[in-house]
Design a protein around this ligand. Structure first.
Ligand SMILES: NC(=O)c1ccc[n+]([C@@H]2O[C@H](COP(=O)([O-])OP(=O)(O)OC[C@H]3O[C@@H](n4cnc5c(N)ncnc54)[C@H](O)[C@@H]3O)[C@@H](O)[C@H]2O)c1
Length: 337
């Protein structure tokens, strides 16, 4: 099927979809969903944080490329893969607050270089592009749900290099739509969690689950009252597909996140209970972990009204379900290891 100039991106049988970062946590869930719709899928992933074990590698509808997007040596290969695709989901990115804080240069340049390579290929081949930005662009958070109208706020503390780079690529992606008429979507995910998320990146839920399963302390930062809303990765992948089907969401940011706001201290208690462990919960100041220049984030809860209103999307899985699935996945991984 060639739907390059189609009014609507059809994500059905024989549509060819490119997913960058497809061996990662969210990317692989998206690949599962696209294959279930009988799409042909190509992924590009440098395996810096992803794993081929996340993918059904023997599926004949799946093509896997393992190189770094943004490395000039692979620009032609990126262009070719984009040219072959009917639509592109650009998820490849370094992730995690820990990495953003510690390796600002590598994280910022990684997002910009890969973003520029994909945007340029989509501009040349006129391919629809959905870009996963991040709720980090909203900065330190608010004491109420955050809407897309809230300002993008960062300063020069190391953590925000990730956010500033994501925001810069958002402009390129918006420019593709407004300046060149190419359909694009900008999604700002909040905390996503579930099976296949690795504790290595320091993301709170897999770190808690990993500690609980080992009977080690669950370290809650600061007073533990900071609130987040977790979204199951399967609900997130459904959301990404629905966004790309929406005309009215083109060229503008849309939040994607969970609906149950929860204090991190309470999340730790839920994990301990679900894992049936005696692991202790301890508190530590985030500055003692990351240093004085760390930018602390208080409440960061999304208002997802725009997404629900325009697409009918709603999260179907509870926080409890996310925790159970996370525990189940990590237990199985350990048994298999
Ligand atoms: N997980 C979350 O809670 C969350 C929140 C906000 C935004 N996001 C965004 O969602 C997207 C997916 O995140 P995720 O949680 O699945 O992360 P992930 O690390 O599991 O997936 C990203 C994948 O991209 C690959 N990658 C990184 N840089 C690359 C490059 N230059 N070339 C090729 N491959 C590269 C990694 O190996 C990894 O497999 C990312 O863009 C991330 O910034 C995630």
């Amino acid at each position: 099927m060639d739907n390059h100039s189609a009014d609507m991106v059809e994500l059905g049988p024989h549509t060819h979809v490119l997913v960058t970062g497809g061996a990662g946590f969210v990317g692989s869930a998206l690949v599962d969903l696209l294959l279930a719709r009988d799409c042909n899928v190509t992924i590009i992933d440098d395996l810096s944080n992803g794993s081929l074990g996340n993918l059904p590698a023997s599926d004949p509808r799946l093509t896997i490329h393992t190189f770094r997007i943004g490395d000039p040596a692979f620009n032609a290969a990126v262009g070719h893969a984009v040219g072959q695709a009917d639509a592109v989901f650009h998820l490849a990115s370094p992730i995690g607050v820990q990495l953003a804080h510690k390796e600002r240069f590598a994280v910022t340049s990684g997002i910009l270089e890969s973003g520029c390579a994909i945007v340029e290929a989509c501009r040349l081949h006129r391919r629809p592009l959905l870009y996963t930005s991040s709720s980090e662009v909203y900065g330190s958070g608010r004491d109420r749900p955050i809407t897309e109208a809230d300002p993008v706020m960062t300063d020069l503390r190391p953590r925000w290099g990730y956010a500033a780079a994501k925001a810069a690529v958002e402009h390129l992606v918006a420019g593709l739509f407004f300046d060149f008429g190419i359909p694009t979507w900008i999604v700002r995910p909040f905390n996503m969690a579930g099976p296949r998320q690795s504790p290595a990146t320091g993301l709170v839920l897999p770190v808690f689950v990993s500690a609980a399963l080992k009977g080690e302390p669950l370290v809650v930062h600061d007073d533990g009252e900071q609130r987040r809303a977790f979204l199951h990765v399967a609900d997130a992948a459904e959301g990404l597909l629905l966004v790309m089907r929406s005309r009215s969401l083109r060229g503008r940011p849309v939040n994607l996140g969970g609906s149950e706001a929860l204090q991190i201290g309470n999340l730790a208690k839920m994990v301990v209970e679900a894992a049936k462990t005696k692991a202790p919960i301890v508190r530590k100041p985030s500055n003692a972990i990351f240093g004085e220049r760390f930018a602390v984030t208080y409440d960061r809860v999304p208002d997802t009204g725009l997404l629900t209103k325009t697409t009918g999307w709603r999260p179907l899985r509870s926080t409890k379900q996310i925790i159970t699935d996370c525990i189940e996945h990590m237990r199985t991984e350990r048994v298999m290891a």
